[in-house]
Design a protein around this ligand. Structure first.
Ligand SMILES: CC(=O)SCCNC(=O)CCNC(=O)[C@H](O)C(C)(C)COP(=O)(O)OP(=O)(O)OC[C@H]1O[C@@H](n2cnc3c(N)ncnc32)[C@H](O)[C@@H]1OP(=O)(O)O
Ligand SMILES: CC(C)C(=O)C(=O)O
Ligand SMILES: [Mg+2]
Length: 528
C-alpha cells in the first residue's frame, strides 16, 4: 500500500502552517561527494565560517571515516564554530561511529548522522539484509552513537522507495534507541511533491513518539524536483530541510539552500515558515563556494546566477525602469546581489537612453535614433554590448575600432618569486608611437604601469576579474576591470587566449575612454 492510499484511511493532516524550519547544510558532505566538488580541510573551514555567518542551524561537515583529511576537516570545524550544531556522517558501523565521535569531540554541540538503506531494492541488492536485520543494525548503531555525541539523526536511505509501513517500524525503533531527528531522504530524486507530502503526513501520524522528534527532508534533483519536494515536505510538517549551497551534491545535486530559503521568504504568507538564514549572505556564500571548488555558478541559476536579476530584453527593461516589481519577485539586495540592465540585441531605446545618459552623454532623440540603429547592428555581431561600446557609439566612434590608442607590441615576463617586467609599444590614431617598459609585482601590474607611463594617465583599479569563456585547449580568458579616474568609474573588458593580453585590452579600453574625454593625452604624449 502506498503512503497516499494509507492516508486515505486517516483524516487529513491538521494544518501545519506557522513555525521555524531548521536549515541543515550538507554542502561539505553530500555537496562535496559529487565529482569535481571535493574540498580539502582548508576549503571546508572557509566555507564552514561562511555557513555560520549565513545562519545555518546544522553544518554537516563531512564523513570522518572517508579519509584522514575529512576527519581533520570535521574536527577543525567542530573546534572553530560556535553557533551551528556540527554534524558528521557515519554508516551503521562501529568504526564509522567511533571516528565520527572523535572528530566531533571539540564541538559545542555535536550530531552524528547515521544512515542505513531501508528500501527493498537496497536491502536485497546492496546490503543483503532482511527487514529485521536492518532494524537491529540501526538500533545498535543509534545506541552507540548516542553515547559519543549530543544528538543522533537517523536517515532511512532511499526512504521514498521504502514500504511506508516498514518505514514507520524503522522510525519507531530509531526513536526508542535515541534518535531525535528522523530523515526520510529521496536518495535518488524519484518522488513528486504530492507523494512526499503524503509520506510525511503519514509518518507524522503513524510513527510512535513523532511529536518528540524532528522530521527532516533530504531531496535530490534527478528529476529537477528537489526544491519543490523539500517545500512539500515542509508543508507536511518536516521541520528540518537538508540542502546545499548552489544545489551541489550527488548526481544532479541536492535541494539548493538559497532556493528553499528564498521560496519560504518570498512566499511567506503561503508557507508561514521562518528560517534563521541571513539572506543577504546567500550570494557571497554561493560565490565563495564557486571559488573554493573552481566550479562556476550557471548563469541561469535561480537566486545566485548572473542572470537571476539581469534583464536584457527591452520590454522587460522598460518595465523595470518604471517599477522593479514588474519583472523581479525578490529584491536582489535581500540575497546580496544587484539588478543589472544588460544591453544586447534584445534591448530597446529606453534602456539605451538611460545608459547613454549614465555614461555622461546628452543626446537628442534624433541622435539617439542613430546610436540605436548602430547599437542594434553591433549587438547582432556581439553577444553583449559593453559600456565601452556604448560610450564609443555615443561619441560617434566605431566601437570596433575605438581608439585613439592601440597596442602594436606587448611583451611581459615574470620570474618565480622575483617580480615581473613589461615592455610595450602603443600607437595613437594620429600616428604617434610610444614605447615604454616597467617592472611590477606581477606581469599585470608591470603592464598596467607601462600603459600608465606611455599614456601619461594613472588609473586606480577597484575590481579585477578573469573568468574562463570556454574550457579546453582553446580556453579564453575574459578580463573585466573597474577603475577610477578623476572621480568617475570606468569598466573595461577584453577577451583573449592569453589572460595578460585580455587584461591589457581591458586596461586600454579604459584608457581610450578617458582619452576620448580628455584628448590632451595624445598631444602631451612624451615619447614618439
Ligand atoms: C546516500 C549517500 O550519500 S551515502 C554516503 C555516500 N558517501 C560516500 O560513500 C563517501 C565516502 N565513502 C568512502 O570514502 C568509502 O566508501 C568508505 C571509506 C566509507 C568505505 O569504503 P570501503 O570500506 O572500501 O567500502 P565500499 O565503499 O567499497 O563499500 C561500501 C560498504 O559499506 C556498506 N554499507 C553501505 N552503507 C552502509 C550503512 N549505511 N551502514 C553500514 N554499512 C553500509 C556496504 O554494504 C559495503 O560493505 P562491504 O564492504 O562489507 O561490502
Ligand atoms: C546519507 C543520506 C541522507 C543521503 O545523502 C541520501 O540518502 O541521499
Ligand atoms: Mg544525499
Amino acid at each position: 500500500m502506498t503512503a497516499a492510499e494509507q492516508n486515505q484511511a486517516t483524516e487529513s493532516a491538521e494544518s501545519d502552517v506557522g513555525g521555524r524550519v531548521k536549515i541543515f547544510d550538507t554542502t561539505l558532505r553530500d555537496g562535496e561527494q559529487a565529482p569535481g566538488f571535493s574540498m580539502d580541510r582548508r576549503a571546508k573551514l572557509r566555507m564552514a565560517h561562511a555557513l555560520e555567518d549565513l545562519g545555518v542551524d546544522i553544518i554537516e561537515a563531512g564523513f570522518p571515516q572517508a579519509s584522514p583529511d575529512d576527519f581533520a576537516a570535521v574536527s577543525e570545524i567542530a573546534r572553530a564554530l560556535r553557533q551551528p550544531t556540527v554534524c558528521a556522517l557515519a554508516r551503521c558501523q562501529d568504526g564509522d561511529i567511533d571516528s565520527a565521535g572523535r572528530a566531533l569531540e571539540p564541538a559545542q554541540r555535536s550530531r552524528i548522522h547515521l544512515f542505513l538503506s531501508t528500501s527493498p531494492l537496497h536491502r536485497e541488492h546492496k546490503l543483503g539484509k532482511s527487514k529485521n536485520e536492518v532494524i537491529d543494525i540501526a538500533v545498535n548503531a543509534i545506541r552507540r552513537a548516542a553515547s559519543v555525541c549530543h544528538e543522533v539523526e537517523f536517515s532511512a536511505e532511499d526512504a521514498l522507495r521504502t514500504e511506508p509501513d516498514f518505514l514507520v517500524e524503522v522510525f519507531n525503533a530509531a526513536i526508542e534507541a535515541g534518535a531525535t531527528t528522523l530523515n526520510a531522504p529521496d536518495t535518488v530524486g524519484y518522488v513528486t511533491p504530492f507523494e512526499i507530502f503524503d509520506l510525511f503526513t503519514y509518518l507524522r501520524k503513524n510513527v510512535r513518539g513523532a511529536e518528540r522528534v524532528v522530521f527532516s527532508s533530504h531531496c535530490h534533483d534527478d528529476l529537477g524536483m528537489a526544491v519543490a519536494n523539500s517545500l512539500a515536505a515542509i508543508s507536511a510538517g518536516a521541520r528540518q530541510v537538508e540542502c546545499t549551497i548552489n544545489g551541489i551534491g550527488e548526481r544532479a545535486g541536492n535541494a539548493a539552500l538559497e532556493e528553499v530559503v528564498m521560496a519560504l521568504h518570498t512566499r511567506a504568507p503561503h508557507f508561514r515558515m521562518d528560517t534563521g538564514i541571513v539572506t543577504r549572505n546567500l550570494y557571497p556564500t554561493s560565490r565563495l563556494l564557486a571559488q573554493v571548488t573552481g566550479q562556476p555558478v550557471p548563469r541561469n541559476k535561480a537566486i545566485v546566477g548572473d542572470n537571476a536579476f539581469a534583464h536584457e530584453s527591452g520590454i522587460h527593461q522598460h518595465g523595470m525602469m518604471k517599477h522593479r516589481g514588474t519583472y523581479e519577485i525578490m529584491r536582489p539586495e535581500d540575497v546580496g546581489a544587484t539588478t543589472s540592465l544588460v544591453l544586447g540585441k534584445h534591448s530597446g531605446r529606453h534602456a539605451l537612453r538611460q545608459r547613454v545618459t549614465d555614461l555622461g552623454h546628452t543626446l537628442d532623440e534624433t541622435a539617439l535614433d542613430v546610436v540605436f540603429e548602430r547599437f542594434k547592428a553591433l549587438a547582432d555581431r556581439k553577444r553583449t554590448v559593453t559600456d565601452e561600446d556604448i560610450d564609443a557609439l555615443a561619441s560617434g566612434v566605431d566601437p570596433e575600432h575605438a581608439g585613439p590608442w592601440r597596442f602594436t607590441h606587448l611583451h611581459t615576463s615574470s620570474h618565480l618569486g622575483g617580480g615581473a617586467s613589461a615592455s610595450l609599444k602603443l600607437t595613437h590614431e594620429d600616428g604617434h608611437t610610444v614605447s615604454e617598459a616597467a617592472i611590477g609585482e606581477g606581469p599585470i601590474d608591470a603592464m598596467l604601469r607601462a600603459v600608465e607611463r606611455a599614456t601619461g594617465e594613472s588609473i586606480s583599479l577597484e575590481d579585477f576579474n578573469v573568468s574562463a569563456v570556454r574550457e579546453g585547449g582553446d580556453a579564453e580568458g575574459h578580463a573585466t576591470l573597474t577603475a577610477r579616474h578623476d572621480g568617475s568609474t570606468y569598466r573595461g573588458s577584453g577577451v583573449s587566449t592569453d589572460i595578460i593580453e585580455a587584461t591589457a585590452q581591458a586596461v586600454l579600453s579604459i584608457v581610450n575612454r578617458i582619452a576620448r574625454k580628455t584628448p590632451r593625452l595624445a598631444a602631451t604624449a612624451a615619447h614618439s
